[in-house]
Design a protein. Structure first.
Length: 272
């Protein structure tokens, strides 16, 4: 696929805390995009300025000119803030307000992108006219090897994870011996249609996210059911009848072992 011409600027938003070494890979994967237009990588540091300040100063000296810029925002926490989806939703919404480009995307600090991620998403957006388009992803372990287990990794109980995997075989979200997660959001196939997309898969018109922001209210049932900010946003988009389209291309490398699929044995119900 040829790169789109006349590309509008994109801001890639990364919220990070406590792992600057992982963020270095994340920064590199954004710089390596073949997208022909300007890309600003907006890094929002969640109450951890001392750990990230040296990296911020390093990137300021090594940005690749006006077409590849890294911007930093250090956000202190309010009393009572605890890591988890409510805080993350607020940070993502704040970052959307900070972004100065018509288009925004997201990349979690432990994930990576294929070089054509942004260009393929913009191509899809222009072809379809949708204000919200998403890719698919490949699931990998933290060492980079493919995840090939017959278990859906976002379910707390092991037996339930196997059952969910089998359920998702029917609509081909999973295919045996493949680490591609075929996320799908397109409406129109009935109420039982699988709808799922990770935050890092999306490209949005910024104006849309200012109208339909990440929901910031969560309850205990959300905790029990592993409902994250990506699930909440997707529900809001569906409720608002936003036309969404997939590239059907696995251009995101999703690293397992993050918040939503690495649970502590001592987690307290209702604690994020």
């Amino acid at each position: 696929m040829s790169a789109p011409t006349g590309a509008v600027p994109i801001t890639v938003i990364t919220v990070t805390r406590g792992r600057p070494d992982l963020l270095r890979r994340c920064l590199d994967t954004v710089r390596a995009q073949d997208f022909p237009g300007p890309v600003t990588h907006l890094v929002v540091v969640d109450d951890d300025e001392s750990a990230y300040r040296p990296l911020a100063e390093h990137t300021a000296r090594n940005d690749r000119g006006p077409d590849r810029v890294t911007a930093w925002h250090f956000q202190p926490r309010s009393p009572g803030d605890v890591s988890g989806p409510p805080v993350l939703s607020r940070l993502r919404n704040a970052a959307v307000e900070l972004a100065g480009t018509p288009l925004v995307s997201f990349l979690d600090d432990d994930n990576l992108l294929e070089s054509h991620h942004l260009s393929s998403l913009l191509h899809c957006m222009r072809r379809t006219g949708s204000p919200a388009v998403h890719s698919q992803c490949r699931l990998i372990h933290q060492d980079g090897t493919p995840y090939l287990e017959a278990r859906h990794p976002w379910v707390r109980d092991a037996e339930a994870a196997r059952s969910r995997y089998l359920e998702l075989r029917e609509p081909c979200v999973y295919v045996p011996w493949s680490n591609v997660l075929r996320d799908q959001v397109e409406p129109g196939a009935g109420p039982g249609r699988v709808r799922n997309a990770d935050t890092s898969e999306w490209l949005f018109e910024r104006a849309l996210l200012r109208t339909v922001p990440f929901p910031e209210t969560y309850d205990v049932d959300d905790w029990r059911n592993v409902v994250g900010e990506d699930n909440k946003l997707l529900r809001a988009l569906v409720a608002a009848d936003v036309p969404t389209v997939s590239t059907h291309m696995p251009t995101l490398l999703y690293t397992l072992g993050g918040y939503s699929n690495a649970f502590r044995d001592d987690a307290v119900e209702g604690e994020w």
